[in-house]
Design a protein around this ligand. Structure first.
Ligand SMILES: C[S@@+](CC[C@H](N)C(=O)[O-])C[C@H]1O[C@@H](n2cnc3c(N)ncnc32)[C@H](O)[C@@H]1O
Length: 186
């Protein structure tokens, strides 16, 4: 694991940061509408919330009637996701690294993949491995959403907005360059 991935993961493992992240990132009306409109494009029930964080999106998909699996490499995010809410159609949460999706899921396990603000932590040299895994675990013709930060290059962001100083690495993409990366995977 390269150094940027290590400090980014440590940030998302920190209980103070996760607590603050949950307070700052609770579902807003815009995200709710985005999920509802994406949901209409899904044929089938099985949704993978890739880099699910504390699981707020997973619960919304579940409430819309989907069978949801959230995956995140932060044990603390997964711990909080499991207790985020109690609903009848509880999502399932898996601790794991999205660079190794086929270690956790069989081929054709999902009808849709929702990746909101998570692939932006994948370094360019790892992106093809993630996309290959997504292609393998999703069925042919699955609906896919990827939410990224616009720009170019890999940057390190130091902030003090999550209850303590944090350091995260982001890779920024302009739409055309990202789409070019996805071309080999359909
Ligand atoms: C900015 S948060 C977004 C969380 C959630 N999807 C949302 O929209 O609120 C990024 C999430 O991606 C997760 N993440 C980053 N790299 C990952 C990786 N290689 N494998 C699994 N999860 C990863 C982090 O732990 C974090 O929870």
């Amino acid at each position: 694991m390269l150094i940027g991935q290590q400090f980014t993961k440590s940030t998302y493992e920190d209980p103070t940061v996760v607590d603050s992240f949950i307070k700052r990132n609770s579902l807003n009306p815009k995200q709710t509408e985005l999920i509802k409109s994406f949901a209409k494009t899904i044929e089938g029930k099985r949704v993978l919330d890739l880099g699910c964080g504390p699981g707020q999106d997973s619960y919304l998909f579940a409430e819309l009637g989907f069978e949801v699996t959230g995956l995140d490499y932060s044990a603390e995010m997964i711990r909080r996701a499991k207790i985020f809410r109690q609903i009848a159609n509880q999502p399932r949460f898996v601790e794991g690294d999205m660079r190794h999706l086929t270690d956790y899921f069989a081929e054709n396990s999902f009808d849709a993949i929702w990746a909101s603000a998570s692939l932006l932590h994948i370094q360019p040299e790892d992106l093809s491995q993630v996309l290959r895994g997504m292609t393998a675990v999703a069925r042919n013709g699955a609906a896919v959403y990827v939410g990224l930060k616009g720009g170019s290059g890999t940057i390190v962001v130091d902030e003090d907005k999550f209850g303590k100083p944090t350091k995260r690495e982001f890779t920024l993409w302009d739409k055309a360059s990202f789409i070019k990366q996805t071309k080999p995977y359909g």
